[in-house]
Design a protein around this ligand. Structure first.
Ligand SMILES: *[C@@H]1O[C@H](CO)[C@@H](O)[C@H](O)[C@H]1NC(C)=O
Ligand SMILES: *[C@@H]1O[C@H](CO)[C@@H](O)[C@H](O)[C@H]1NC(C)=O
Ligand SMILES: *[C@@H]1O[C@H](CO)[C@@H](O)[C@H](O)[C@H]1NC(C)=O
Ligand SMILES: *[C@@H]1O[C@H](CO)[C@@H](O)[C@H](O)[C@H]1NC(C)=O
Length: 478
């Protein structure tokens, strides 16, 4: 009997070890995940495309997040503080054999760095390679000579987004110019003023959203608190250090940066077990859900000007073709570079990552349940929706005149074809259906009404009746 339970225990240990071996923390970093790690995962999730071979792409819309960037200035200071704090903890510790060796000696790899938030080398590479892949995938769209009206490149005024646009363009137009050994060519990247950029920085132009976000911050922190409490206790016990919640929160931030930016997974990330990482990732995703995603319809409806811009660009391309304009005279691609705050709402407007019943709820303006806690699985994941360099492409196809309908839209999420719940689960959606079922239902919400109508209007108050009770929260731009 005793022998049997030993075997069972051993078997369990073996199974757990096996499961851990398959676990790669780099896939669980919410919106700090690298594009390459995210793509590996989504390759398994998203099925191949089924575009009929007789249909040709005639226009491309891209909405991309900037590539991997360094931590912001405030976070750099937090990491410098952490270094001193860890030394203090190690000094106080009793059971020193449990304390990881690196911990007392750790100094921030960004020590002395004054400025943060910029696109780093790995981020340049991500967007540069994406540009090359897009050109290779759609050769007919990129055979025209460059003209700023044919290939429109737009970025927000934030430098990591415009630098991402430049890196992408260098890939897209490499070997097409006369500049330097790479035969580069110059191209234009234009930006709206950040205060009025309703297409790419609607989250900054929308007063009601800003109020919502500020008011909701403390409630989000409260929601995440039990996870942090639980993990703080178990991490402290396991490593024999008297960690506070703030310490553990900073260490999780450090883990994400080390794993993502430095490809180091055997240091701070090793403080956490895989199931703790899964919980911390979920807590991050909850915040994305509530403040940027399906958690509140305002989060994505304020992105309607972007959705309209996408549709308009398609209609203009069709009109130009049907009126037989010369091909070099009209737009082939509209390429946009922005933020997680842009692409998460944009994915929500498209209804991505919802199952059929959730999509119906959204349409009936009923709230969705929060993404379920691990070990339950969920579709709403920051690591998939908005990794660094994460993107949605909407490819407009023209099919032979004999077939009806003639125009179709394919959505590529991180370069993989994805089914649209709003288009009866199709991944090759007739343009008319795309317009009628996916876009039009959103158009009844005018940006100005949603965003700038007076909040004191009693009809609006029901959205968050208790929000005024709660204080302010910090702004965390992704
Ligand atoms: C760093 O530590 C100082 C002193 O404890 C504190 O006042 C400051 O808020 C901390 N900064 C960050 C970014 O955590
Ligand atoms: C751990 O820290 C808390 C406050 O941060 C303190 O009250 C407690 O005495 C400390 N425990 C040990 C064992 O040092
Ligand atoms: C990151 O580290 C892993 C080993 O843990 C290695 O296989 C991989 O090539 C590294 N990636 C980069 C981009 O350096
Ligand atoms: C992590 O791995 C690297 C490369 O294998 C090694 O040099 C380093 O000492 C390891 N760090 C820790 C804290 O184990």
């Amino acid at each position: 009997m005793a022998m049997k339970s030993v075997w069972i225990t051993l078997l369990c240990l073996f199974v757990i070890a096996e499961a851990d071996q398959g676990f790669d923390v780099r896939h669980h970093l919410s919106t700090v995940t690298r594009y390459s790690a995210s793509k590996e995962v989504s390759q398994n999730l998203i099925k191949g495309s089924n575009v009929p071979s007789e249909c040709t792409p005639i226009h491309l819309n891209l909405v991309a997040r900037h590539g991997t960037r360094s931590p912001t200035k405030k976070r750099l200071r937090e990491m410098e503080n952490l270094s001193g704090r860890l030394k203090e903890l190690v000094r106080e510790a009793e059971a020193s054999e449990k304390v990881p060796g690196w911990l007392g000696k750790w100094i921030s790899p960004w020590q002395g760095k004054v400025k943060g938030g910029e696109l780093i080398r790995q981020g340049e590479e991500e967007l540069y390679q994406l540009g090359i892949r897009v050109r290779e995938r759609f050769p007919t769209l990129f055979e025209e000579d460059y003209h700023p009206d044919v290939y429109t490149i737009r970025a927000t005024q934030i430098p990591r987004a415009s630098a991402s646009a430049v890196a992408f363009g260098m890939g897209l137009f490499s070997e097409k110019g006369d500049l330097g050994p790479g035969s580069n060519r110059a191209f234009a990247v234009t930006s709206e003023n950040r205060a009025s950029d309703t297409k790419l920085r609607f989250f900054e132009c929308c007063q009601n959203y800003k109020s919502y976000r500020k008011a909701k911050g403390p409630a989000v922190d409260k929601l995440k608190e039990p996870v942090l409490d639980k993990i703080t206790a178990s991490v402290a016990k396991r490593h024999g250090l008297n960690f506070t919640k703030q310490d553990v929160s900073s260490l999780w931030f450090l883990c994400k940066q080390e794993a993502s930016l430095l490809n180091v997974t055997n240091q701070s990330c090793e403080l956490f077990t895989p199931s703790e990482v899964a919980l911390l990732e979920w807590a991050d995703d909850l915040e994305v859900f509530i403040l940027k995603g399906y958690g509140n319809s305002l989060n994505y409806r304020m992105g309607v000007p972007l959705l309209e811009d996408v549709l308009l660009s398609m209609e203009e391309a069709i009109k130009a073709r049907e009126e037989k304009f010369p091909p070099e005279s009209y737009e082939k691609a509209r390429l946009r570079f922005a933020h997680a705050e842009t692409i998460v709402p944009f994915s929500c407007l498209l209804g991505l990552f919802l199952d059929g019943s959730e999509y119906e709820k959204i349409q009936k303006e009923k709230p969705l349940e929060l993404p379920p806690q691990p070990p339950k699985t969920r579709d709403f994941r920051g690591s998939t929706m908005a990794p660094f360099g994460g993107n949605n492409m909407l490819v407009l196809y023209s099919c032979p005149a004999a077939s009806s309908p003639k125009y179709f839209v394919q959505v590529l999420h991180n370069e993989h074809s994805i089914a649209l719940p709003g288009c009866d689960g199709k991944d090759f959606c007739p343009l008319e259906d795309f317009k009628a079922k996916v876009v039009t239902p959103h158009l009844k919400h005018a940006f100005d009404n949603l965003c700038n109508a007076n909040l004191d209007d009693p009809e609006k108050k029901h959205q968050s009746p208790w929000s005024w009770l709660l204080g302010s929260s910090q702004k965390t731009e992704l």
